[in-house]
Design a protein around this ligand. Structure first.
Ligand code: AMP
Ligand code: MG
Length: 205
């Protein structure tokens, strides 16, 4: 994405940290300030193609597809998001991409932001949203709309490992494009604080 008057933030975090909630809160704050934002949920873009091609019937099946299929869907999603952001933010604004730095697939841990993706999106900042492992475990278990059993097979220990891997992965992706990495704690009942800490960083870009 061109840097001119668009600021791009890739918001990552393991399932259940509350990325989507933090992004929505941030977008409302930006709106009040008269700043235009474009939210792109990466999984939505992958799902749209996967559904059209009859590859899956729900979003939690995407990470179980053959690895090469996922890479193709991932690449298409990145390109569509970059194009749509340019179209939607002609006057400039903030792009917020809701996605993952690491995805637990059937073939192992896989980067959500490999070079072809991160180069296309060209972020200024990669945000890593985090929460306590216990809180994440609880949110994953209580979310009946999703099938995330595979990512908490080993309980809290697995969540701790994923949190660590997510940090390393975000940093590795940031290195590819010179983005900064921001860790944001999304504590229970403190989503506004989390969004505001991202907002402060947007002002420094
Ligand atoms: P989410 O609703 O954010 O959990 O996204 C749904 C699914 O989309 C994830 O479980 C992944 O299979 C896929 N997905 C999202 N972002 C990426 C990415 N950057 N790279 C690869 N797969 C992704
Ligand atoms: Mg989400």
């Amino acid at each position: 994405m061109e840097k001119a008057n668009i600021k791009t933030l890739i918001v990552t975090g393991i399932p259940g940290v509350g990325k989507t909630t933090v992004i929505n809160e941030l977008s409302s704050i930006l709106k009040v300030k008269g700043i235009q934002s474009f939210i792109a949920n990466f999984g939505d873009y992958m799902l749209k193609t996967a559904l059209t091609e009859g590859l899956v019937s729900s979003r939690d099946q995407i990470r179980k597809l053959p690895h090469r299929v996922q890479i193709r869907l991932q690449s298409l999603a990145a390109r569509s998001i970059a194009e749509e952001a340019r179209r939607k933010l002609i006057e400039g604004g903030i792009v917020l991409v809701d996605t993952h730095a690491i995805v637990k697939t059937s073939s192992g841990l896989w980067p959500g932001l490999p070079s072809h993706v991160v180069t296309e999106l060209n972020p200024d900042v990669i945000v890593v949203v985090e929460a306590s492992p216990e809180e994440i475990y609880r949110r994953q278990s209580e979310d009946r709309t999703r099938d995330r059993k595979d990512i908490q097979e080993k309980g809290i220990e697995e969540i701790k490992e994923l949190l660590a891997s997510a940090r390393y992965a975000a940093l590795s992706s940031a290195v590819l494009v010179g983005a900064s990495v921001l860790h944001v704690l999304n504590e229970r009942g403190k989503v506004k604080e989390a969004a505001e800490s991202i907002l402060r960083v947007i002002d420094t870009i």
